[in-house]
Design a protein around this ligand. Structure first.
Ligand code: GLY
Length: 288
């Protein structure tokens, strides 16, 4: 039953970074799968996978995040588990390399679920995560895209969904948002039920794409509701993205897993890097 899927964001295809994105998705799948294969939890698997994607500079999360209109990095992330519905979320993180690790810390501690801005960074540094600078997070590629005025659909929000051997589900998502966004704007990725959702009775979802549209629909919870009658996640993902387009006109992508280990994905943007691994495979499947 264990299964793991990751995505590297829906958006405009960039052939120049395709190989690096494939390698990054492969590394994230390998690390997350190692956790599941050793009997670890879905929650640990998705956090390990997303942390690796945050470190991979060709994805729009952590190092390599896109820039705001005024040329800064402001990152959002969340993690959710489907057994007792614990969750952690952060927005507008500017001084910590791994926003998903802050979200995981909040989940583990219980109590406050969602912190934003300086309070999120301060909480992280008070709980053992190292501070970093904006220069540590900004890559030459993102600086150049920003300088060329490449605002719009993001290319590279990252996420992971998993079910473990006990049937527990989890999801995690992390992003720099959308290039050229106004400072202070928060997208769907840190919002439980929109960018990230997990419920052991249904499955787990991580979304990517136009955050405003995903927020308006509540895409993550919408997709899980489509699994309620035992529908295959491959079908539910397509239906959920069709609903996103029909109801909001928005573009995006989605990965889904159900408690049986069935996986689905869908995308109505030009491209989405994604991959998955399950016990009945010798090696991960990775595609665009
Ligand atoms: N889906 C990422 C964002 O809109 O911020």
């Amino acid at each position: 039953r264990p299964a793991l899927a990751v995505h590297g964001g829906a958006g405009l295809a960039d052939p120049a970074i395709r190989d690096a994105q494939r390698a990054g998705a492969g590394a994230a799948l390998a690390a997350g799968w190692q956790v599941l294969h050793a009997g670890g939890s879905a929650l640990d698997a998705v956090c390990v996978a997303v942390r690796i994607l945050e470190d991979c500079p060709v994805f729009n999360a952590g190092t390599g995040s896109c820039l705001t209109a005024d040329g800064r990095v402001e990152m959002d992330a969340s993690v959710a588990e489907g057994t007792t519905l614990r969750a952690g979320a952060v927005a507008l993180v500017t001084r910590t390399r791994h926003p998903v690790a802050i979200a995981r810390g909040l989940l583990d501690r219980g109590g406050t679920v969602f912190l934003a801005g300086d309070a999120a960074d301060a909480w992280a540094h008070a709980h053992g995560l190292a501070p970093c600078t904006q220069e540590d997070l900004i890559t030459a590629r993102q600086r150049e895209l920003w300088a060329r005025g490449r605002a719009g659909l993001n290319t590279g929000t990252v996420g992971a969904v998993a079910v473990d051997g006990r049937g527990h589900t989890a999801a995690a998502t992390s992003t720099g948002g959308i290039m050229g966004k106004p400072s202070g704007r928060i997208g769907d990725s840190p919002v439980i039920g929109a960018g990230t959702c997990a419920d052991d009775g249904l499955g787990a979802a991580s979304a990517t794409g136009e955050g405003e549209a995903i927020l308006r629909l509540g895409l993550g919870r919408h997709a899980l509701a489509l699994l309620a009658d035992g529908r295959d996640p491959a079908v539910a993902a397509v239906e959920a993205i069709a609903a996103l387009e029909r109801r909001t006109g928005g573009r995006g992508g989605l990965i889904l897993v159900d408690p049986l280990g069935r996986i689905g994905s869908a995308c109505n943007a030009p491209a989405m890097a994604w991959g998955w691994m399950r016990a009945d495979r010798d090696a991960p499947a990775i595609g665009f």
